[in-house]
Design a protein around this ligand. Structure first.
Ligand code: ACO
Length: 319
């Protein structure tokens, strides 16, 4: 499987740390030093499906194919306004595709999970030539905006990649282990006359330091697996593109692998944590600003609620 096109879309509203400090007991200094985030793009009037469709259009254009050429669409999403139909069905219609599609929810690791499924489709279905993966997320709608320890972390956005049959992807490692307590959100479903259990809903709950440790351990483990599987060393990897959750998580992983800063490009300062969209958004930035060179060895790694995590190793063959 090869990546032949990337795209992204951000909502137009920029919210700086200083803007947050007008209604929260926080500061630019605290947010910057603890997270690396300076500003984020937030959904105000736009709908998430509009951002998803825009990211898809940009990725298709970059790939030089049209929506009719797609054989499958996989959409990674944690939350959006529709419970049903799936976001992928909505986006399929908006971009004018007719192929089968479905959503997956593997939290912030969704892009890696979608890549693994796409890779399996290419191997098992001979009639599939192009797959579109789109990760569209609005985590800012999950937060309590009076709760300074969570709402400052997130941003909204969409990232997409067009995939084609090929052998650029060398390894994908996924890991999941049930650990709900550190990071969850519960929603209340509609009442029925028969419900007797106690039910409640509320905003995102996070134990930041637990998530920090889980993220670092899972990412290091997945990265080790894909690197070892290819018989190479950490030094042989040109770029590590990590989920943009916190610059300190990225730095802890980088130091542990004993790698140069230049190998860990990041954009968290501009966008915050956009959940599963963060890795394809970063990939698109690096594709478009021509940071990535043909033949580069790239590791992608993401981690999130569940706890779910995954990494993959690929050769970049796109110009
Ligand atoms: N502004 C000012 N002070 C704050 C803020 C804020 N926005 N948020 C928390 N504080 C305060 C706390 O109340 C606490 O005060 P206290 O000492 O008086 O009790 C103090 O700062 C320290 O809080 P900690 O939670 O210990 O701070 P920490 O250094 O752990 O940083 C953070 C918190 C940024 C959440 C960190 O734990 C983290 O990034 N964890 C990873 C979580 C993550 O990335 N989640 C994203 C979603 S999941 C994912 O994508 C993997």
């Amino acid at each position: 499987m090869n990546i032949i096109g990337t795209g992204r879309a951000h909502p137009s509203l920029t919210v700086t740390n200083d803007m947050l400090s007008t209604f929260l007991d926080t500061s630019d200094e605290w947010i910057t030093t603890r997270t690396g985030i300076k500003q984020r793009q937030l959904i105000s009037h736009v709908k998430l499906e509009d951002l998803a469709a825009e990211a898809c259009h940009n990725a298709l254009k970059d790939a030089g194919i049209s929506a009719e050429d797609l054989d499958f669409i996989i959409c990674s999403n944690v939350v959006n306004e529709y419970i049903t139909p799936s976001l992928s069905c909505i986006v399929q219609g908006m971009i004018g595709a007719t192929c089968p599609c479905f959503d997956l929810n593997s939290a912030c690791a969704g892009f890696i999970y979608a890549l693994d499924i796409a890779n399996s489709f290419f191997k098992s279905k001979s009639d599939i030539n192009h797959i579109l993966v789109v990760c569209a997320e609005e985590p800012t709608r999950m937060c309590d905006w009076q709760e300074r320890s969570t709402c400052v972390l997130f941003g909204d956005g969409a990232g997409a990649a067009v995939l084609k049959r090929g052998d650029d992807f060398k390894s994908i490692a996924l890991s999941s282990f049930s650990s709900i307590d550190p990071l969850y959100q519960i929603r209340q479903l509609e009442k029925t006359p028969f419900i007797t259990k106690e039910e409640f809903g509320g905003p995102l709950v996070m134990k930041g330091q637990d998530v920090f440790k889980l993220a670092v351990n899972a990412s290091l483990n997945d990265i080790r697996r894909v690197v070892e599987e290819n018989g190479i060393t950490y030094d042989d990897v040109d770029y590590y593109l990590l989920h943009q959750a916190n610059i300190r998580i990225i730095e802890t992983i980088r130091k542990s692998l004993d790698q140069d800063k230049v190998k860990f490009p990041h954009n968290i300062a501009n966008y915050g944590n956009t959940s599963s969209a963060s890795v394809p958004i970063l990939l698109d930035e690096l594709n478009r600003n021509q940071t990535l060179n043909r033949g580069d060895t790239i590791v992608l790694s993401a981690f999130g609620a569940g706890f779910t995590a995954g990494a993959c190793l690929l050769k970049w063959s796109k110009n």
